[in-house]
Design a protein around this ligand. Structure first.
Ligand SMILES: [Cu+2]
Length: 109
């Protein structure tokens, strides 16, 4: 890698870093047979990087039929779920390993 390349990458990083931060982040936490928040409001028409943490003792499966997402989260793990820009509305999700006993919703508005 030449010095010129390194300089170019450094300049590029200045532009990339702020926009990477501009992507909205949000989070959900599963623990002890519950999820918080059970109702998560997200800005409509905006891609979201959703961090899903499992601080319980057993694996959970974040599943949303409406969002086409199904991801296992091991105890102590945090995963990133990319949510596309959503039309305003309510999108339900469950911990499928609880057979639907643990559930919540994402409200896009
Ligand atoms: Cu499932």
């Amino acid at each position: 890698m030449t010095a010129k390349t390194i300089a170019s990458l450094a300049i590029l990083a200045l532009f990339v870093a702020p926009s990477a931060h501009a992507a909205d982040d949000s989070s959900l936490r599963f623990h002890g047979g519950a999820v918080e928040p059970a109702s998560l409001t997200l800005p409509a028409n905006t891609p979201i990087k959703l961090l899903v943490t499992n601080s319980g003792d057993t694996a959970v499966e974040f599943e949303s039929f409406e969002l086409h997402r199904e991801r296992v989260v091991q105890p102590g793990q945090t995963i990133t779920v990319y949510i596309p820009a959503l039309a305003p509305g309510t999108y339900s999700f469950i911990d499928d390993f609880s057979n639907g006993a643990v559930k919540g919703e994402i409200v896009s508005r």
